[in-house]
Write a protein that binds this ligand. Structure first.
Ligand SMILES: Nc1ncnc2c1ncn2[C@@H]1O[C@H](COP(=O)(O)OP(=O)(O)OP(=O)(O)O)[C@@H](O)[C@H]1O
Ligand SMILES: O=P(O)(O)OC[C@H]1O[C@H](OP(=O)(O)OP(=O)(O)O)[C@H](O)[C@@H]1O
Ligand SMILES: [Mg+2]
Length: 282
């Protein structure tokens, strides 16, 4: 049975459960459940604190985990990222009151509050900066107002939390994060159960980012049309009963679908349809 760690709380938990559900796995019915077994898929899910997941996976007790890239790196655990999942996207940045710090060098001698000491300590060491780091569990933005630190290093998504606290970012992002699938560093990558799990999640990612496009076009326009919709391998082209016309079917990125439909129409394609992809194995 494949043993998988899933975030039980916070920003990662809802979208992770949703993705697993879309991939056909049974998920817990209520948020107090700490472990469920999905016998049909031979998978056991453990609902753990996101921050602890890398440690469990590194220990080898669990085969796979879903966590944030920032949490994985911060933990320093012996685990590695094997598949980015595209949700819980964020940056990790320094921030302070306007006018206090203008460049990284100005961080010398200041106190920096953060929940991600591992990332911050390494970043400071890599840049030869000598600053003190104070660990806080959360709501780090308030540390400056309350005098615990002059600078914070925290997760930034929309920037609303920083603005509300009257803070502005310093320098470039320390890192970019998103939810990722992790496993113990160097674990057997060919393990069929692991491969099947990854294929299912990849299928969800593809279903979320692509749509299926169908249209009819004249044979003379086919090469131009196919250049607009190359598909993943190559589009399917079938003859139509009306001579001189073909039907074309290809996957296209959902974000570009409307533009592609306009361009196809302009070169004479007609009956252009898009349909959602429900699930997929590439
Ligand atoms: N506002 C946000 N937008 C996107 N991702 C976020 C946001 N806040 C946290 N994350 C991501 O969620 C993960 C942290 O999860 P964690 O559960 O520890 O914190 P949280 O989501 O802030 O929850 P809480 O603070 O309520 O416990 C990290 O990977 C982080 O990058
Ligand atoms: O840039 P934004 O869109 O405002 O998002 C970033 C904020 O979201 C998270 O906070 P959360 O609400 O989880 O509280 P926490 O600080 O206690 O973790 C994170 O720690 C930031 O504070
Ligand atoms: Mg938080």
């Amino acid at each position: 049975m494949l043993r998988i760690a899933v975030p039980n709380k916070g920003s990662l938990s809802g979208p992770a459960a949703e993705m697993l559900h879309e991939a056909g796995y049974q998920q817990r019915r209520e948020s107090k459940e700490l472990r469920i077994v999905d016998p049909e898929n031979e998978v056991e899910f453990f609902y753990l604190r996101p921050r602890d997941i890398a440690l469990y996976v590194a220990s080898g007790q669990l085969d796979i985990g879903i966590t944030g890239r920032d949490l994985l790196i911060d933990s320093g655990a012996n685990a590695e990222e094997i598949l980015p999942l595209g949700f819980a996207r964020s940056t990790f940045r320094y921030a302070t009151k306007p006018g206090v710090v203008s460049s990284l060098e100005d961080l010398n001698g200041v106190t920096i509050a953060t929940s991600y000491e591992g990332i911050v300590a390494k970043h400071l060491a890599d840049h030869g900066i000598d600053a003190s780091v104070v660990h806080l569990d959360g709501a780090v933005e308030t540390a400056i107002q309350l005098g615990v630190a002059q600078v914070i290093a925290d997760v930034v998504e929309t920037g609303t939390s920083l603005r509300n606290a009257g803070l502005e970012v310093v320098g470039e992002p320390i890192m970019k994060s998103e939810a990722v699938v992790i496993r113990q560093t160097g674990a057997d990558g060919e393990e069929p159960k692991v491969q099947q799990f990854l294929r299912r999640l990849q299928g969800v990612l593809v279903a979320r980012t692509y749509v299926m496009m169908d249209y009819d076009c004249r044979v003379e326009q086919l090469e131009k049309a196919v250049a607009l919709t190359p598909g993943l391998e190559s589009p399917t082209v079938s003859p139509l009963h009306n001579e001189g016309w073909v039907a074309v079917r290809a996957m296209v990125p959902a974000k570009e679908a409307q533009r592609i439909m306009d361009d196809l129409y302009d070169i004479g394609a007609r009956a252009i349809l898009t349909t959602a992809i429900h699930a997929c194995r590439l």
